[in-house]
Design a protein around this ligand. Sequence first.
Ligand SMILES: [Zn+2]
Length: 287
Amino acid sequence: MQQGPGFYRRRVGDAVVTVLSDGWLDGSTDIVVGIDDAEKHAVMARHFRKPGPLRLALNSFLIAHNGRLAMVDAGGGPNFNPGTGKAAANLRAAGHTADEIDTVLITHLHPDHILGLLDDTGAARYPNATLRVHAAEHAHWHSDAAKAATPEPFQVFFDAARNVCAAYAGRVALHEDGEVFPGVTALPLPGHTPGHTGYHVRGEEDLLIWGDIFHIPELQARHPQTQIVFDVNPELAAKTRTATLARVAEQRQLVAGMHLCFPAFSHLRADSAGYSLVPELWLAEVF
Ligand SMILES: [Zn+2]
């Protein structure tokens, strides 16, 4: 049965931020390491998550500001996973066309975040977009030495990153921090990948689009020190996650992420057992 269109809008300062669902990934809690299986399964059961294939949300975002349109990541596209590839249709459902996007802010170059930038022929899906990527991120995935040092099953990630950057040749602009789109600041959150970056949308109430600080929110909110098998630098990823969660909870900052349950806008509450995500109320109007 057909679901309703997967987009949701919210105003942040002078911008309107739209979350686009790209669908879902079927994974497993096996991707989280540094915690024993009994505790892992107990946390998931407490969150009403059944054993078996674990469905993870996959989102991308639009930021509309003063006639310009940026996208933050683009999902995995139709060939990545049976559940992915819905962002392009949801972009149209939200009333936009691919050629309106002038900037794509990349949180990191993992395939579930970037393969949606390609069309079925492997060409750029967004013909007028410049990709904004952290310099360390671009360097890592284009390094033959880094590829050779990576376990063989993960080497395809390098090919995906290189293919996407090649499809946008001449339109890849590197940054490290600072303003990358009107009202939007890049915030390096390294570890998961070397140039993993959050995007801070400034407004009366700030929004941090934090990329992959969480993959399995239920588990990592309770156990921020755990690591993900895809982390390039697992210790740094855990350190960055721990510091980011503490800051976001303390500042009562609004967050959104690529693997937070759609439509993703949430706050983070600290409690005696770690943190909990508190989803924001779904509103039928954009105020
Ligand atoms: Zn991801």
